[in-house]
Design a protein around this ligand. Structure first.
Ligand code: DC
Length: 177
């Protein structure tokens, strides 16, 4: 790390464990840049969905990852169930991970802040293993499914709690593998 490199805080953890909330609050408090890396995977998935392609379309996912534009990361559709499910599927494609690895590694340097906070499941292990500050946030799957269910209902999705719980377990199995 050079003298002027931003300090990296890595916040890893399971889906809907509160890592995003922690990351956002810390970033605001410290005036650090913030990147929710799940949004990158969701962005790629949503691009495929909007092209009418299944989210396991390898070549299209790789192309979408390479063409990733960080600007539209505030699209509310990115937080929906479909994008989340798709993100987990495209996250299993090694070339997509490699492309998004570069994107994430390149995020802190030009951010213009004293530090950068990145949250996601592999930030402290794969993306920034050298980060001087690391958190791992987790909670029981039922406790994580409840707020996620509420959030989806508030966004206007019609989805049962049991579906959210099952989805979360399935994604956890795929993400860990
Ligand atoms: O944290 P999230 O729910 O927004 O993540 C959505 C999916 O994206 C998650 O199920 C797996 C994938 N993902 C990933 O593989 N690596 C990351 N650093 C962040 C997300």
């Amino acid at each position: 790390m050079t003298e002027h490199s931003p300090v990296i805080i890595a916040i890893d953890g399971t889906a809907a464990s509160g890592k995003g909330t922690l990351a956002k609050r810390l970033a605001k408090y410290l005036d650090y840049a913030y990147l929710d890396t799940g949004l990158l995977y969701r962005r790629v998935a949503l691009t495929l969905i909007r092209q009418g392609l299944p989210t396991d379309s390898r070549e299209a996912a790789i192309a979408a990852a390479r063409a990733l534009d960080p600007a539209p990361l505030d699209d509310p559709k990115l937080r929906g169930t479909e994008a989340g499910r798709g993100a987990s599927v495209i996250g299993a494609i090694p070339e997509v991970r490699k492309t998004l690895y570069d994107f994430q590694r390149n995020f802190p340097a030009p951010c213009g802040k004293a530090g950068a906070i990145l949250d996601g499941r592999d930030i402290g292990t794969v993306i920034f293993p050298e980060a001087p500050i690391k958190f791992y946030v987790d909670a029981d799957v039922a406790a994580r499914a409840q707020p996620r269910h509420k959030e989806l209902l508030a966004k206007g999705e019609t989805i049962a709690y049991e579906t959210v719980l099952a989805d979360m377990k399935e994604r956890h199995a795929r993400d860990s593998a």
